[in-house]
Every structure is written in structure tokens, then in C-alpha cells.
Design a protein around this ligand. Structure first.
Ligand code: ZN
Length: 138
């Protein structure tokens, strides 16, 4: 099965920055020339995540607000205490949302819902440079 690999490089603002990757992923799938297969995305790093959502202002606000309630920035975190670090909340959020997604490819396009986008979420507490590894198989 042929595999096409491509890296997306992005600068994020950190702190829950949500970046829509959908058009870039569609372009990589088109370049790969795969009609039927799958595209997978993985972000190396323990404070960022890949997921899908409806990418619009309200949805982004609600995702951030919900994670702020569930996993507050301030708290008694062993990671911060043991390592003199400040981003334990970011590690936990990234672990729960997860570092990867796989989307089926049909007719040369990621088979997403109409209101569904592929997003990178950077939870770290500072701006970061990120690489998203995109692999198309088919
Ligand atoms: Zn840390």
C-alpha cells in the first residue's frame, strides 16, 4: 500500500490556541493522488493535541471554557512541583484529547462531516512551533 508522508509546520500562540488544519490536509491528500484510503495526523509533543470539531468562535470558546473548568491551570499538580514546571494542566489536556486522528479518504478527499474540521490544539502555556506529521495511505 503506497504511503505519502508530509509535515505541516505551524507557529501557535499556545494557551488553547486552536488551528484549523482541514484545507492543508485536503491539499496533502490531493497531492498524494489517493482516491480511497486514509489520512492520519500525529503531533509530536506532550502538550498539543489533534481532534475534530466544528471550527467556529462559539465552539472554540466552549471547548476552552470546558477544559478550563475540568482541568484548571492552577492546582496541586505533582508534575509542576517535582519539575518546577507550570504546564501540568497542558499535559493532562493533551493526554485526554489525544495526539492523533485518522480520517478516511473517499473520492480523493478526507471524508469529514459538513461542519467538521480537523484541528490542532496547543495547550502549552507559551507560544510554540509545532510539526504535524501527516501520512496518507491508499
Ligand atoms: Zn511540563
Amino acid at each position: 500500500m503506497p504511503t505519502h508522508s508530509s509535515d505541516l509546520r505551524l507557529n501557535t500562540a499556545g494557551d488553547g490556541d486552536v488551528i484549523d488544519l482541514t484545507e492543508r490536509v485536503e491539499a496533502i491528500v490531493a497531492d498524494a493522488g489517493v482516491q480511497d484510503g486514509a489520512v492520519s495526523l500525529f503531533v509530536p509533543g506532550s502538550t498539543a493535541a489533534i481532534t475534530t470539531m466544528e471550527f467556529e468562535r462559539g465552539g472554540i470558546h466552549d471547548l476552552r471554557a470546558t477544559l478550563d473548568r475540568l482541568i484548571p491551570r492552577e492546582g496541586e499538580y505533582e508534575h509542576n512541583r517535582l519539575n518546577r514546571d507550570t504546564n501540568s494542566h497542558a499535559h493532562i489536556r493533551a493526554a485526554i484529547v489525544g495526539p492523533s486522528e485518522t480520517v478516511p479518504v473517499r473520492d480523493g478527499r478526507p471524508r469529514l462531516g459538513i461542519w467538521q474540521q480537523i484541528v490542532l490544539v496547543d495547550f502549552d502555556d507559551r507560544p510554540r512551533e509545532r510539526t504535524v506529521v501527516v501520512t496518507v495511505t491508499g
